[in-house]
Every structure is written in structure tokens, then in C-alpha cells.
Design a binder for this molecule. Structure first.
Ligand code: HEM
Length: 351
């Protein structure tokens, strides 16, 4: 009897052991399955560079996560390809965003083409060389194709495209929230008065202050002149060029100024580096307006700070771009355009 009981308890122990083994196996499988639910790389990057709260993470999303992630990836795909094809395009997209947001807020008013009875912002003097419209249009169409259930404004596309350009050059990113509305009109006069022409430091600072930026933020933003180009016809006009750079200028400015050449805003125009700030600190900034930065105490301190610390440059620039992307549109804009360049039935006469 004693030996029977011993055998029974041995059998029961085996059964208990087997059951425990099964449970451990099942738990491990579940855990592995969970681990295997990895986020695709593109989505992971998008999530990192996006306001998680705006995506509704941690609460029922009602499909919002996939909707917004879809938009971000559709724009990024087009912007990355455009910059791969032509590095300068990244610079052009950042400038396009700046020229949109500084005139009556980020409302995509700059994208509206002129028609017989509508004069938009593109033909204003300060805008005559902005470029990248085709890329924004393509990004919008890609978003419509890939994310048909998620409308996105052209103003949002501009903001995302500028951020993605920054990311492509620097490997760093910042948050872009969505929800901007597109303009029903454009402000041609505003493009000439609210944007900054070649002017002295006090006037430059005043224009940035009017948009809520202090002089340090202005210095950081001007740091985007570390990439991109200026056109010879502009540089041949003395008001635009730093007098110290006239002799170095590789433009044919004699006789006609219709020369088509381009000059890097710094000597490394396709690399996001600190060369712009070291040149400005040495009095060798290309543009008159760049050189003006060393004439003010605060702006000069910013130039030296960013020359010496890439981290500070990148984080201050990113913060200022977020601030710019939140410049509110004028009252009265509330239209989402299907085609970003198109003046449509809802568009009202330009101001
Ligand atoms: C005082 C303010 C500013 C002045 C006077 C100024 C002036 C200029 C000028 C004259 C050009 C060359 C345009 C041409 O060739 O026709 C240029 C290019 C550029 N600007 Fe500025 N800018 C200012 C601020 C900014 C800001 C705040 C940003 C961006 C945040 C920016 C980004 C750029 C970029 C990236 C380019 C090169 C574009 C390309 O290669 O297509 N600029 N800027």
C-alpha cells in the first residue's frame, strides 16, 4: 500500500510538472508573439517625430493613429525622393514654408497660383525665387491616393515637408501637429511687407518680433542658410550682398544682370553644418542680412553660440520651426483645397 501511494504521488508530481511546463510554454509563446508585433521602421520614425498625444496613443484611437501616420509617411516618401534627386530641394522646401507662414500665418496662401482675376503671393517681389511647389503638390496627391479617408490641408503638408527636409539633412526631427486650414485668399501686399528684405538689424529684428520671435530665435532660423543657394541676379544688386563678399562673387554682374548662376549661401550648401555661423562670425556671410547678425549684441551672441555648439543650433532651430509652424492664420481662412495651387470657387479676391 505504501509503495502504491508512493507511486501515485510520483505520477501526480509528473502530471503537475507537465501542466506547469505547458503553462510556461504558453506564456513564452504569447510574450514572443507580442514582441514580434514590431512597428515598421517608417512608422516607428513617424511616431517618434509626432506628438504622441495627438495620435491618441494609450487610448482608443478610433483609427486616428493609422490615419495620421499614413499622412506623415505619404509626405515623407515624396520629400525624401525629391531631395535624393536634388539636394537643394530640401532648402527650397524649408524656405517655402517660411515664406508661407510669415505672411498671415501657415495657411498655404503662397501656393495659390495667379489667374486672370486673382493675384496671389507668388509674384510678390520677396517671393520671386521661392520653389518647390511641384513637390508639395505631389505630396498632396500622394496623401490623397494613399490615405483617401484622411483629408489633410496643404498648410499641413508644407509644415511636414519642412520638418522632413530638416530631418533628411540632420537626422534630427521635431514634432509637427496637424489641423491647419488652408487660405481662401492670398496676400500679395503682405508678402512684400511681412517678409524680410535686405535690411539692417533693427528692421530685421522688428519683422521677426512682429511674428513673436526674439533675436536669438531669429539667429537660429537664419541658420538654415547653412543650406541652399542665392541667385546671381540678386547678388549683383548691391543691397543684397555683403560688401565684403563682392570680390569673391563668381557671378557675371557686368552689363546685364540676367546671369543665371547660383552661389551657395555658405561654401557647403548641401551640408547642414556650422560653416554659415563661422563665416558670419568672421564677417563673411554672403547676404547683407546675414552679415547684419554680427552688428547686434544678442544676434552676435547667437552666431557665436551656434558656431560653437551644433546641439544648441539644432535644438534651437527645431524649437523655432515648431513655433513658426504654429503661426496662426488670419481670421477667415477655412478651406481645404484639393489641389494646393488652385484658386477655386471658394477662393475670394486677393487682398
Ligand atoms: C532676415 C531674414 C531673411 C532674409 C533677408 C533672407 C534672404 C534670403 C535670400 C535673399 C535668399 C536667396 C534668394 C534668391 O536667390 O532669390 C534666401 C534663400 C534661402 N533662405 Fe532666407 N532669408 C531670411 C530668413 C530665412 C529664414 C527664417 C529661413 C528658414 C527658416 C530661410 C531659409 C532660406 C533657405 C533655405 C534659402 C535657400 C533656398 C534655395 O536654395 O532654394 N531664410 N534667403
Amino acid at each position: 500500500m505504501a509503495s502504491f501511494m508512493k507511486q501515485l504521488s510520483l505520477v501526480l508530481s509528473f502530471i503537475a510538472l507537465a501542466l506547469a511546463g505547458c503553462a510556461v510554454y504558453q506564456n513564452t509563446q504569447t510574450a514572443m508573439k507580442d514582441q514580434l508585433k514590431v512597428t515598421p521602421t517608417w512608422l516607428d520614425r513617424t511616431i517618434k517625430s509626432t506628438n504622441l498625444l495627438s495620435l491618441g496613443l494609450g487610448k482608443p484611437s478610433g483609427g486616428k493613429l493609422s490615419d495620421e501616420a499614413c499622412i506623415f509617411s505619404a509626405v515623407k516618401e515624396v520629400v525624401d525622393a525629391a531631395i535624393d534627386a536634388e539636394a537643394r530641394m530640401g532648402a527650397s522646401l524649408i524656405r517655402l514654408f517660411f515664406h508661407d507662414c510669415f505672411v498671415d500665418g501657415c495657411d498655404a496662401g503662397l501656393l495659390l497660383n495667379d489667374t486672370a482675376n486673382f493675384t496671389g503671393e507668388q509674384t510678390a517681389g520677396n517671393n520671386n525665387s521661392v520653389r518647390g511647389f511641384g513637390v508639395i503638390e505631389q505630396a498632396k496627391q500622394n496623401a490623397i491616393t494613399k490615405c483617401p479617408d484622411t483629408p489633410v490641408s496643404c498648410a499641413d503638408i508644407l509644415s511636414i515637408a519642412a520638418r522632413d527636409s530638416f530631418e533628411k539633412f540632420t537626422g534630427e526631427t521635431y514634432t509637427v501637429t496637424l489641423g491647419r486650414l488652408d487660405a481662401r485668399t492670398a496676400n500679395s501686399t503682405g508678402a512684400n511687407t511681412q517678409l524680410v528684405g535686405p535690411s539692417e538689424i533693427a528692421s530685421q529684428s522688428a519683422k521677426f518680433a512682429a511674428k513673436g520671435f526674439n533675436e536669438t530665435e531669429m539667429g537660429a532660423l537664419l541658420g538654415s542658410h547653412t543650406i541652399g543657394f542665392a541667385r546671381c541676379p540678386l547678388l549683383c544688386v548691391s543691397a543684397f550682398i555683403n560688401p565684403a563678399r563682392v570680390s569673391t562673387l563668381n557671378c557675371n554682374c557686368s552689363g546685364t544682370v540676367n546671369t543665371t548662376g547660383l552661389v551657395g549661401l555658405d561654401p557647403t550648401p548641401t551640408t547642414w553644418d556650422q560653416r554659415y555661423f563661422s563665416d558670419v562670425a568672421d564677417g563673411q556671410g554672403l547676404l547683407f542680412s546675414d552679415n547684419e547678425l554680427i552688428t547686434g549684441n544678442t544676434t552676435s551672441a547667437a552666431v557665436h553660440r551656434y558656431r560653437d555648439a551644433m546641439d544648441a543650433f539644432l535644438s534651437d532651430f527645431a524649437a523655432a520651426m515648431v513655433k513658426m509652424s504654429n503661426l496662426p492664420p488670419s481670421p477667415g481662412v477655412a478651406l481645404e483645397s484639393h489641389v494646393c495651387s488652385e484658386v477655386n470657387a471658394n477662393t475670394v479676391a486677393s487682398m
